[in-house]
Write a protein that binds this ligand. Structure first.
Ligand code: FAD
Length: 417
């Protein structure tokens, strides 16, 4: 769809908010700004629906951050998790309540964009943003940002939200700093009914052979999404892990319909979230959980905040007010998602040192499984858990010191009570 960039009298239109990238972060930002009654343009380089390398796991916080009336297009509902440690010590844990749901990203993302459009946002696909300019000849005044598209066309906005994913151009403009880069490899594997039936309602999580790595099987009806993730820099070993993983599962004989890879990046704690009238959110800001690399809930939640604060920035009349609103956005992100990220970072550091301990805890230590269940189902979050549960606080502190093996039965009682 193409947008009208100038009004009838030929004067170039100035949008209140321009959002770059129509993934979950961008669609959420566009929705939030549009329901506030602002003129919103959502720019996306691809045609929709577009493929995105992703497991499509929708945990409770993702579900809770969706716009009202959004019906999740679940391909499966997870009630059981099989844990393995590099193919060994396999154990399945089950739950009566649904743990999390599984979706296909092209469908899910398109539906989110449609919600933003229904709220009044205008979508323009096939529009690749090259850069933004906040000074210079393309910018008519201090309250305006110029968004320059491939081909040279310029779109004007009072505020811009960068939601253009992990290789973000808007993130580069803002100066986002990343301190963790991972490589995710995935295969979409169509399987016969008998195989699909075996996986229905159950996922597999395999703690991998490389530090911090893990693999997953997420069933989606007649297709299994099988993937692995590991630190960047071990490309050949990560590829070998995926191949071995698929072979071990007896799936090597089925031809994947898609094989793809994607880098995920986590922000450094002191990384900026804005520059002038430009905010960043989702992967573009490096917002995702460092241990599991769960990013959809981070994209939805930060996207919504960015949309809300972009509305205020659009109304700001001077640099001081703009700065105040941008700082408020950063504060809101750091107070919620920032806390979850710092717990995730500590968990990842401990997991890299002692993956066997995590496996033993999740398969044999009831409070650990309960924590997993509560977080995936949305009953709690990593941040809440550390704030409100003494055992979680002590466990994290022990893990930081590499002494988790010293946990006692007394600890277990604490969490159950
Ligand atoms: C292998 C793998 C598995 C994962 N599994 C899960 C999972 O199961 N659950 C989960 O919660 N998270 C998962 N994640 C993380 C999750 O995919 C991301 O965190 C999430 O997609 C971030 O959403 P986003 O909207 O910020 O970015 P994206 O979804 O990447 O969207 C960015 C959009 O911007 C567009 N764009 C990019 N550049 C431009 C440009 N210059 N101009 C215009 N448009 C542009 C892109 O085309 C894209 O549509 C996984 C990640 C990987 C790599």
């Amino acid at each position: 769809m193409s947008g009208e960039n100038s009004s009838a009298d030929g004067v170039q239109r100035v949008w209140d908010v321009v959002v770059v990238g129509a993934g979950p972060a961008g669609a959420s930002a566009a929705y939030a700004a549009a329901v506030a009654g602002r003129r919103v343009l959502l720019l996306e380089k691809a045609e929709l629906p577009r493929y995105k390398t992703c497991g499509g796991g929708i945990i409770g916080p993702s579900r809770d951050a969706l716009p009202p009336g959004f019906e999740l297009p679940f391909k499966d509902r997870v009630h059981a998790v099989t844990f393995a440690h590099n193919g060994r010590f396999t154990r399945t844990r089950r739950s009566k309540q649904m743990l999390f749901g599984l979706i296909n990203r092209p469908e899910f993302d398109q539906q989110l964009v449609e919600h933003a459009q229904k709220a009044g946002a205008e979508l323009r696909t096939g529009a690749t943003v090259q850069r933004v300019e906040q000074h210079g000849s393309a910018v008519p005044d201090r309250r305006t940002v110029a968004v320059v598209l491939q081909g040279g066309e310029t779109v004007l906005a009072r505020a811009v939200v960068g939601a253009d994913g992990s290789a973000s151009r808007i993130g580069a403009h803002v100066g986002v700093k990343m301190d963790q880069v991972d490589l995710g490899l995935e295969a979409e594997i169509p399987v016969p009914d008998t195989v699909a039936e075996d996986w229905k309602g159950r996922v597999l999580i395999d703690w991998g052979p490389l530090p911090g790595s893990y693999g997953w099987v997420f069933p989606k009806g007649d297709t299994l999404t099988v993937g692995v993730i590991s630190r960047r820099g071990e490309g050949a070993a990560t590829k070998r892990y995926l191949e071995d993983f698929i072979a071990r599962l007896g799936l090597a004989g089925f031809e994947p319909s898609v094989s793809s890879g994607h880098l995920t990046r986590c922000r450094a704690e002191d990384s900026p979230l804005s520059r002038g009238r430009v905010l960043v959110c989702g992967d573009a800001a490096g917002l995702l959980e460092p241990w599991t690399r769960e990013g959809i809930s981070f994209a939805l939640r930060s996207g919504r905040l960015a949309g809300e604060w972009a509305v205020r920035i659009a109304e700001a009349h001077d640099a001081v007010d703009t700065r105040r609103q941008a700082l408020n956005y950063a504060f809101a992100v750091k107070a919620g998602l920032g806390v979850e990220m710092s717990v995730g970072k500590r968990l990842l550091a401990a997991f890299e040192r002692r993956p066997g301990l995590f496996h033993a805890a999740l398969t044999g230590f009831r409070p650990a499984w309960k924590a997993f269940r509560d977080i995936t189902s949305g009953a709690s979050s990593l941040g809440e858990m550390v704030r409100s549960r003494p055992l979680a606080q002590r466990t994290i502190a022990l893990l930081d010191r590499g002494q988790a093996a010293a946990m006692t039965d007394e600890d277990e009682d604490l969490v159950d009570s």
